[in-house]
Structures are given as structure tokens and as C-alpha cells.
Design a protein around this ligand. Structure first.
Ligand code: IDP
Ligand code: MG
Length: 167
């Protein structure tokens, strides 16, 4: 089945210069990168992304972690598309708990649990088609993805857009 999935290289991955390693591992899937950008994660974006976990005791630490308060304040966001994209990426990503993740998975190889109990597991990968759609729509605007993956609408609005200036 043709699918799309959201990948985030989390702040610990960027801090540890693991971007190249993660992208190389993901290229084993032969999936297509259809969107990519660096994002400074706001609290509302973090809280909406992890909305399903907002009753968990580790929620506040998780929000701070994804906002980069323990590492660098940036995340690399990518959309991968192709046959069974969700399970292919989850497989290479490995289990949520880096101590339980297969040693050759990305999380198993590079993740850790901090003494404060935060799972620093290097990357996010959508878990199922519903999560993938919700997450891709949250992190990307239609024009930032080079394939028409979900229906769009045209909305006329007046906006102030930042352009490169002089000097
Ligand atoms: P997933 O990232 O493998 O889909 P989720 O259960 O959706 O796992 O959790 C989202 C993120 O929350 C995890 O990647 C991890 O960073 C963090 N997390 C999940 N469970 C725990 C926990 O028990 N302790 C600390 N952090 C956790
Ligand atoms: Mg999840």
C-alpha cells in the first residue's frame, strides 16, 4: 500500500550530529523523501504533536525534550512516501524504549534513557496511517510537500509575507 509517514530527527539526534547516519539508514527503505525542513518547535506544536500522551507523568519532560530545551532548539522534519512506508520506517527506527530497541535499529544504536527518565530516542516515526495523516498535516503545509498526498482547498487571504530585504 502506498503510504506517507512523518519522520522527525529529534534534538538529541541533531546535537549528536546523527542526521547523516539516520538518513543513510532510512535510505535502506528505498522510500522517497517528499518533504524536508528544519523546525524550531513551539510549545503549541509540541503539545499538539504529543496530544495523546498529555496525561502521562513524563509529558512535560517530553515537551521540553522535543522543543530542544535539553539539546539544540531544532528538529529535522521529513515526509517519506512509498510502499508500506509506515512499517518500513518504524522497523529501522526500533522500539520506543531505546534499551529495549534492537541494537541495530536507530533507537537501539543511538538512543539512551537519561537519569531523569526521559527516553532520548533520536527520532520519531508515525505509528499508523491515522497518526501519519494527522502528523504530516500538523508539521507541513501542502506546498511544502512535492506530491499531492491529501486533498487541498484554495483559500484567499491577505497575508504579510517576509521577503529578503536590502543591505
Ligand atoms: P513512539 O515514539 O515509539 O511512537 P509513543 O508511545 O508515541 O512512542 O511516545 C512518544 C515519545 O514519548 C517516545 O518516542 C518517547 O520519546 C516518549 N516516551 C514514551 N514513553 C515514555 C516513557 O515511558 N518514559 C519516558 N518517555 C517516554
Ligand atoms: Mg507514537
Amino acid at each position: 500500500m502506498e503510504e506517507q509517514t512523518l519522520v522527525l530527527i529529534k534534538p538529541d539526534g541533531l546535537k549528536k550530529s546523527l542526521t547523516g547516519n539516520v538518513l543513510t539508514r532510512l535510505s535502506e527503505t528505498k522510500l522517497d523523501i517528499v518533504g524536508a525542513k528544519i523546525v524550531k518547535v513551539s510549545r503549541p506544536l509540541a503539545e499538539e504533536h504529543y496530544e495523546a500522551l498529555n496525561k502521562e507523568p513524563f509529558f512535560e519532560d517530553l515537551i521540553r525534550y522535543i522543543m530542544g530545551e535539553y539539546h539544540k532548539k531544532k528538529v529535522m522534519a521529513l515526509v517519506y512516501g512509498g510502499e508500506n512506508a509506515i512499517s518500513k520506517v518504524r522497523e529501522i527506527c526500533g522500539k520506543t524504549n531505546p534499551e529495549e530497541a534492537d541494537a541495530v535499529s536507530i533507537r537501539g544504536a543511538y538512543g539512551r534513557i537519561t537519569t531523569a527518565g526521559v527516553y532520548e530516542n533520536v527520532m520519531h516515526a508515525s505509528a499508523n496511517p491515522e497518526d501519519a495523516e494527522r502528523e504530516i498535516k500538523l508539521w507541513f503545509a501542502p506546498g511544502e510537500i512535492i506530491r499531492d498526498i491529501y486533498p487541498t482547498i484554495d483559500v484567499e487571504e491577505t497575508v504579510i509575507t517576509k521577503k529578503w530585504g536590502e543591505g
